[in-house]
Design a binder for this molecule. Structure first.
Ligand code: NAD
Length: 514
């Protein structure tokens, strides 16, 4: 494992001050500048793909295909989306026409918040660090990046590349552990985006509150799967295991447990075993298609959860903590209170929890914290609707797992304990932007209107006050036809009468003979 050089604590306030001064220079206001920097983020990866793959092989024992599919792919998609749309996103927006206000040219202008802090975890170091950076750049903010100290090879590489590819005064990398991050959090930022576990998420939110800094929290949780026994079980098994075992289960959107009807568990287990055998024909330990756990401490934590389960291990169960290896594992008959149903496992272990029916599955989910995703495997729209309309989560996904994070246009975000705020696209751009209101009132407005607002107030001016006030919607439950509907009905009638009388006149006109 490589060692990571930490940024010195004294250096941290200086980096913060440099980023702020560079932001205040105003150069991020130019959309062309932002586009060039966004493109550079893409080339930072493209030119160094091999080095990134090597770094992630070292940090996570990661097969190159997973790095290409799950780190490079979605980050390139974000570069393309932000590059193509930043001008549109940043364009001042008018408001719908209003006779009261149009003369004052009311506008909403997206302005950069300032200097952003982006703290990211180890599991998808490229995507989780650089995607928020792209959003910050698109919004015109400066940014300081704090990658995870648990991925030393990646964090060393990114610290080398960021100043080479991007404006070195606006965009910075600080490396370190808890003392360095604590120092960073003492400083005043204009936005903080943190991705990681909820325990640290609370530390971040408290530190931000001291400065009233807005925060985005991208946290974790336990994502449930509800499976319909009428589903194509073989396909479901392959998709479930792919989502659970990719990156050795260290994916925030990975399915953690399956709520399976009791009578269907044996069928599902058979299909999972078949999929498992096809994924790892020579066994998972020899396979070059399986990542390792980020640290031996995390491997030991996951091993303990497996050792303590009261469920029955169907496949896997082996561990070599020193080698950071946890065999992909499926455990059946997992019951309430089991070690696998406590904290997020964040490892390659899938728990099968038998339930009577879909109603019991829904109650099980409702009794727990809102997850990042609820997954349903079914071909029945009613089944799908029942689960989704009775649960809450960041994402509601049918017959698939994990991949929503890679679909451009779909934001990634949680709700409640799984976080708040969004990754990717316009939603993320908005987080690093402040919507500043603009209005310019010309002098003539006071002559033709709005003169009535000035004291001394006169009773005859009250009619103008009334005219500017909006009408309320119809009172609920009274079956009242709204004024707008009446107005539309009037015009419709007017047009119909006009058209039919014109037609009548024409039909009565004497026809000229040829
Ligand atoms: P981690 O250990 O790499 O920590 C994340 C970051 O927090 C690091 O940069 C680390 O330096 C910093 N940190 C750690 N302790 C700190 C402290 N005391 N004070 C300040 N900063 C501190 O990663 P992790 O937290 O184990 O990440 C895994 C978690 O992240 C899982 O729960 C996963 O579900 C979640 N996650 C969520 C998303 C999402 O999009 N919602 C994405 C990926 C991961």
């Amino acid at each position: 494992m490589s060692t990571l050089a930490y940024t010195s604590i004294e250096e941290i306030p200086k980096i913060h001050a440099t980023a702020r001064a560079a932001f205040q220079s105003g150069r991020t206001k130019s959309i062309e500048f932002r586009k060039a920097q966004i493109a550079q983020v893409g080339y930072l990866i493209k030119d160094n793909e091999q080095r990134f793959k090597e770094a992630l092989r070292s940090d996570l024992g990661r097969p190159d295909q997973e790095t290409e599919l799950l780190d490079f792919g979605p980050t390139y998609a974000e570069v393309k989306d932000a590059y193509s749309n930043v001008a549109k996103w940043a364009k001042p927006q008018g408001i719908p026409f209003s006779i009261n206000w149009f003369a004052m040219n009311p506008r909403v202008v997206a302005e950069p918040k300032g200097v952003a802090l982006i703290i990211s975890p180890f599991n998808f170091p490229i995507f989780l660090l650089l995607t928020p950076l792209i959003s910050a750049i698109a919004a015109g903010s400066a940014a300081v990046l704090k990658p995870s100290e648990q991925t030393p090879a990646f964090s060393t590489l990114i610290a080398e590349l960021v100043p080479k590819y991007l404006d070195p005064e606006l965009y910075h990398v600080i490396n370190g552990g808890v003392p360095e991050t604590t120092k960073i959090l003492e400083l005043q930022w204009d936005h903080i985006l943190y991705t990681g576990n909820g325990r640290v998420g609370r530390i971040i939110a408290l530190a931000a509150a001291k400065h009233l800094t807005p925060v985005t929290l991208e946290l974790g949780g336990k994502n449930p799967v509800v499976i319909d026994p009428r589903v194509d079980v073989k396909l479901a098994a392959r998709r479930l295991l792919w989502g659970r075992f990719s990156n050795a289960g260290q994916i925030c959107l990975s399915p953690e447990y399956v709520l399976v009807p009791e009578h269907f568990q044996d069928t599902l287990v058979e299909a999972l075993k078949e999929a498992y055998a096809s994924f790892y024909p020579e066994g998972p330990e020899k396979s070059d298609s399986l990542s390792r756990i980020v640290s031996s401490a995390h491997a030991a934590r996951i091993k303990k959860l497996i050792d303590e389960t009261k469920g029955t291990i169907v496949v896997g169960g082996q561990a070599d903590v020193e080698k950071r290896y946890i065999a992909p594992t499926v455990v059946r008959d997992v019951k309430e209170g089991d070690s696998l149903l406590g904290d997020e496992i964040f490892g390659p272990v899938l728990a099968l929890v038998p339930v009577k029916d879909v109603d019991e599955a829904i109650k099980f989910i409702q009794a727990r914290e809102y997850p990042l995703a609820v997954y349903v495997f079914t071909h029945d729209k009613q089944f799908e609707k029942k689960v989704f309309s009775n649960t809450k989560s960041g994402a509601a996904v049918t017959n698939e797992t994990v991949i929503t994070a890679g679909v451009p246009g779909l934001p990634v975000g949680g709700i409640g304990p799984s976080g708040y705020g969004y990754y990717t696209g316009k939603h993320a751009f908005e987080q690093f932007s402040h919507y500043r209101v603009s209005l310019k009132n010309p002098a003539w407005v006071d002559k033709v209107a709005f003169f009535f607002r000035y004291p001394p107030y006169k009773p005859e001016n009250r009619k103008y006050v009334k005219a500017t006030s909006s009408s309320l919607p119809p009172r609920p439950g009274k079956g009242v036809v709204s004024r707008a509907t009446k107005r539309w009905a009037f015009w419709l009638l007017f047009v119909l009468v006009g058209v039919s009388s014109a037609a009548l006149t024409r039909s009565r006109r004497p026809q000229l003979k040829a």
